[in-house]
Design a protein around this ligand. Sequence first.
Ligand SMILES: [Zn+2]
Length: 172
Amino acid sequence: MYRIGFGVDFHQLAEGRDFWLGGVKIPHDRGAVGHSDADVLIHAICDALLGALNLGDIGVHFPNTDAAYKDIDSKILLQRSYGLVRERGYGVVNIDSTVCLEAPKIMKYADAMRGTMAEILQMGANDISIKATTTEQMGFVGRGEGLVAYATVLLERIEASGARADAGGERR
Ligand SMILES: [Zn+2]
């Protein structure tokens, strides 16, 4: 049994912030603004993992009004999102993602991002796709004011028993 999920995330960029993407710190003169470390790619993947099982979104599970998540390493959020997936007996088959940003160039860090996230998600790095695009200088991305990430994930049921298969919005 397969489930597909989609996630999207936006963050502003500002000076004085570290630039975290896919769990990797990338040198840049600006970083994403957010309650956590504002890793836009991990957040989109978390939303896709949760969405695949109709578990709500990242804001439901890790509210940005909760001081516990202030400046939190998003790899912890990815670990916890994956934990919810595993609790329901699913594993990740593959992930496809695209990051829209004007700068910096991120593709030379793609292998590091894939490796970092694959370890957390107990999957092969080759099953994580990371793509990048600019918006041809159009809009807030083109002006360097922010960045966006989109992700799709495919989950496969890997345990016959365990948590219930009805992924229909049960509240925990
Ligand atoms: Zn975010």
